[in-house]
Design a protein around this ligand. Structure first.
Ligand SMILES: NC(=O)c1ccc[n+]([C@@H]2O[C@H](COP(=O)([O-])OP(=O)(O)OC[C@H]3O[C@@H](n4cnc5c(N)ncnc54)[C@H](OP(=O)(O)O)[C@@H]3O)[C@@H](O)[C@H]2O)c1
Length: 181
């Protein structure tokens, strides 16, 4: 799968929490606006529970909902039965592929992700849903390119510096093709 940018967009607390009881355990209006602006004009890929927590397709973007339920549908959204298929579908749709969670969707999309736009929420609430892996834990893979500190949270932009899994460097050779001297 090559082509468009695949961007993970998430608001993550200091303890990794992203959700509780089907919702988000904080309310930051400025960040909701930031999410809308970041994803507007693009294709938003979300899990079925996250879609149901929003309850409707957000305007001015294409929404792809991931579910294993072949009977699930909702007005105004496209449906895919795996994250891989959702990414394939989204690559032919407008804008970048914006991955909006939750946990399993971020996890399955991570190998394809070229960027992450994270809101670091400076608190540690009780929660039941977590971000799978913060890019700061993989400094060889991810580079912070921009940060905006606000009251109680920071917006941080990350770019992949490592190769996407499965991508070979130009002129790649395998050890079997090489012999010393
Ligand atoms: N802070 C944030 O930025 C943020 C972002 C997103 C969500 N959230 C919060 O996180 C919670 C929801 O996230 P969640 O992780 O519980 O659920 P979710 O990922 O939104 O939805 C889970 C459902 O999506 C489908 N799904 C997930 N991975 C799939 C895969 N690989 N292939 C096929 N289908 C797949 C399945 O649907 P079926 O069961 O229908 O098969 C699964 O039950 C809520 O509390 C929400 O508010 C927070």
């Amino acid at each position: 799968m090559t082509g468009r940018r695949v961007v993970l967009v998430a608001a993550v607390a200091a303890n990794g929490v992203i959700g509780r009881g089907g919702g988000i355990p904080w309310r930051i209006r400025e960040d909701m606006q930031h999410f809308k602006e970041t994803t507007r004009g693009h294709t938003l890929l979300i899990g079925r529970r996250t879609y149901e927590s929003i309850g409707r397709p957000l305007p001015d973007r294409t929404t792809v909902v991931v579910t294993r339920d072949p009977d699930w549908s909702a007005d105004g959204v496209l449906v895919a039965d795996s994250v891989e298929r959702a990414i394939e579908l989204a690559r032919d749709l407008p804008g970048d592929v914006m991955v909006g969670g939750g946990t399993g969707v971020y996890e399955a999309a991570m190998p394809y992700a070229t960027h992450q736009v994270l809101t670091e929420v400076h608190r540690s609430p009780v929660g039941d849903t977590y971000y799978p892996a913060h890019p700061s834990r993989e400094p060889r893979e991810w580079r912070e390119t921009r940060r905006e500190d606000r009251e109680g949270f920071s917006w941080v932009w990350w770019e992949r510096v490592g190769r996407l899994p499965g991508q070979q460097p130009p002129g790649h050779w395998s050890p079997g093709h090489w012999s010393p001297g």
